[in-house]
Design a protein around this ligand. Structure first.
Ligand code: HEC
Ligand code: HEC
Ligand code: HEC
Ligand code: HEC
Length: 486
């Protein structure tokens, strides 16, 4: 990659934007010392309704509307060519019921209200990365927001902010789904942070986000949501486990130490192995941060919000968040102009296919570890050995999940993904080794055990209804250990 032209191209584009458009001058003020005047909108500083921005910013609004792609209906991840093992890996947890591929920001509010994982006990924290109403909810409710009942309190209050708005091109809920005010100050249109969880996590690392550079903000706005988090047990606040650093091993260390000291032990108990499990979320920001592009200062917006020319030949920032590979010319090739589009596509495909292959292998170890420990329990292996193996299952699955839940299929950080998956496999295999040692002492037929595991996995695969797959993950050979009588 010898001929990277990152900075020059960037400056050029910034200059072009300033000469093409007058509105943009305020947004680029930090880059032009000559323009000190702040543009201000006619909007209220508290504006949170997306369609309210339409009149003043028709081009960005029109671009934002491209996120409405009705054909991208919630595709389940459970199908054979995506992640058929999930109903086993997440047994006894909401993710065994429904786990869909992502879709556009404009659908986030609608999707969180309809997904099967949300139940009567779900809490306010689940709304945090879905709606522009969240800062208003926090203002109104204070820290009660986080643990308030999702269905009964949070949803009606959220929707009340959009009362009177008719269903239009944004559907019924798009007005308040992730949008303008999440990333922009409605009056100055400067990029801003609206989620305290991000500000606080950065502050704990000694970083003051109000001092961030404009380039950092082009990633920080995304890092409000595209990150790993957990609900701290006291107030159920969305908390990012970053005090020791952003790498998977540093976040795991946080969960095993600081989080436990605060009383957070696990997200759920696995009903096949009885292990106290941790669920990982979408750590795009973390993986990016120590990958080749994050280290080089290439921001999320550089690839996911390329400049686009509109009809009037104005250049704007695209607000259609999707795959950069749909637009290699305006994304990758603004910097990698020495590579052809075909070369770049091939590089990405190679990274992703190697990554997905490794992921399949890794999760296979996790699946088998659950069944091995299930057998330890049903044949009466010593309790402390079971607990030891359960801890390795927890560790192994988390190091797989933190990568599986990352949405770039390895692209944001190819090496980081591989390293975490190696840690995962080692830990899962350690659980299996402990089990084998104990099972041999108890004369368990390991060949028969392997055959039973294979048969069970096939039963899950062969069930065509995604909603029923998890029902085949336990059976007479591998009972739900949470339902055994001692
Ligand atoms: C997820 C964050 C995010 C959301 C949501 C968002 N924007 Fe932006 N917006 C950005 C980023 C990043 C830039 C580029 C800023 C820069 O580099 O100066 C930008 C730039 C802009 C600009 C400056 C001109 C340009 O095109 O670069 C305007 C105006 C704007 N957005 C309007 C909107 C409107 C209107 C909405 C809602 C329909 C919206 N934005 C939603 C992140 C967001
Ligand atoms: C307020 C929270 C929030 C912010 C801020 C945010 N995102 Fe998202 N993003 C989400 C959620 C939630 C989804 C999944 C929506 C769904 O599937 O319903 C998503 C989905 C996506 C997708 C997948 C879209 C698809 O069609 O599958 C991309 C790409 C994306 N975001 C990029 C970004 C980038 C880049 C930024 C910063 C400029 C950003 N997001 C800022 C919450 C956010
Ligand atoms: C160097 C370019 C680049 C940078 C920088 C980058 N991404 Fe990506 N991102 C990609 C590529 C390539 C993919 C994979 C797209 C595909 O498979 O079609 C991707 C995938 C994604 C997806 C999944 C999209 C989907 O359709 O499901 C999300 C979400 C995402 N990135 C968010 C982010 C966030 C947040 C940041 C910053 C922390 C970021 N990306 C930084 C190139 C980039
Ligand atoms: C804003 C500029 C910029 C954009 C946009 C960009 N890159 Fe890069 N890319 C870089 C820089 C800088 C490096 C680091 C170069 C180095 O270390 O030699 C890099 C490195 C890479 C590498 C080598 C990574 C490695 O492990 O050595 C690949 C492959 C790559 N980019 C592909 C892409 C693809 C594909 C896209 C579009 C999705 C893209 N880049 C978008 C600037 C960019």
């Amino acid at each position: 990659m010898a001929t990277i032209k990152k900075m020059p191209v960037h400056w050029l584009v910034a200059l072009l934007m300033i000469s093409f458009t007058t509105l943009m001058v305020s947004c680029s003020k930090s880059e032009t010392s000559t323009e000190q005047d702040m543009y201000t909108t006619q909007l209220s500083p508290d504006e949170i309704v997306n369609s309210a921005f339409k009149d003043e910013f028709p081009l960005q609004y029109e671009s934002y509307l491209k996120n409405m792609v009705p054909e991208n209906d919630n595709t389940s991840k459970f199908v054979e060519d995506i992640e058929p093992n999930l109903p086993i890996l997440f047994h006894n947890y909401g993710f065994m019921l429904e786990y869909n591929k992502t879709r556009g920001h404009t659908y986030a509010l609608e999707d969180v209200m309809s997904i099967a994982r949300i139940n009567d006990d779900s809490i306010g924290s689940c709304m945090t990365c879905k709606s522009t109403a969240v800062p208003a909810l926090l203002d109104e409710m204070g820290d009660d927001y986080w643990s308030a009942n999702f269905k009964e309190e949070i949803v009606p209050l959220t929707l009340s902010y959009g009362e009177g708005l008719e269903s239009d091109e944004l559907g019924t809920y798009g007005h308040l789904s992730i949008g303008c005010s999440d990333c922009h100050d409605p009056v100055t249109m400067e990029l801003r942070i609206t989620r305290p969880s991000f500000t606080n996590a950065m502050a704990r690392q000694g970083i003051d986000v109000t001092e961030a550079t404009k380039n950092d903000m082009r990633s920080y706005v995304c890092a409000q949501c595209h990150v790993e988090y957990y609900f701290e047990p006291d107030k159920k606040k969305v908390t990012f486990p970053w005090d020791n650093g952003l790498k998977p091993e540093e976040m795991f260390e946080y969960k095993e130490n600081q989080a436990k000291e605060d009383g957070f032990e696990y997200d759920w108990i696995h009903s096949i192995s009885g292990a106290p499990m941790l669920k990982a979320q979408h750590p795009e920001f973390e993986l990016w941060s120590y990958g080749p592009h994050g280290e080089a200062g290439v921001s999320c917006a550089d690839c996911h919000m390329p400049y686009e020319r509109t009809d009037g030949s104005k250049k704007i920032t695209s607000h259609h968040w999707s795959s950069p590979m749909d637009n290699v010319e305006q994304t990758c090739r603004t910097c990698h102009s020495d590579k052809s589009e075909a070369d770049l596509v091939e590089r990405v495909e190679n990274i992703q296919s190697r990554h997905l292959e490794a992921m399949e292998e890794t999760q296979d170890h996790s699946v088998r570890a659950h069944y091995y420990v299930n057998r330890m329990i049903t044949v009466g292996a010593p309790q402390e050995r079971i607990e030891e193996a359960q801890w390795y299952i927890r560790k192994g699955q988390w190091f797989w999940d933190i990568i599986a839940a990352e949405n770039s299929d390895g692209f944001h950080n190819p090496q980081g993904g591989m390293d975490a998956m190696r840690t995962s496999s080692d830990a899962s295999n350690e659980a299996i080794s402990i089990a084998i040692e104990e099972l041999i002492k108890l004369d368990v037929d390991l060949e028969e055990l392997e055959a039973q595991i294979e048969e069970t996995i096939q039963a899950v695969y062969n069930e065509e209804d995604p909603d029923l797959k998890h029902t085949h993950a336990t059976n007479d050979n591998f009972p739900n250990v949470l339902e055994l009588d001692d």
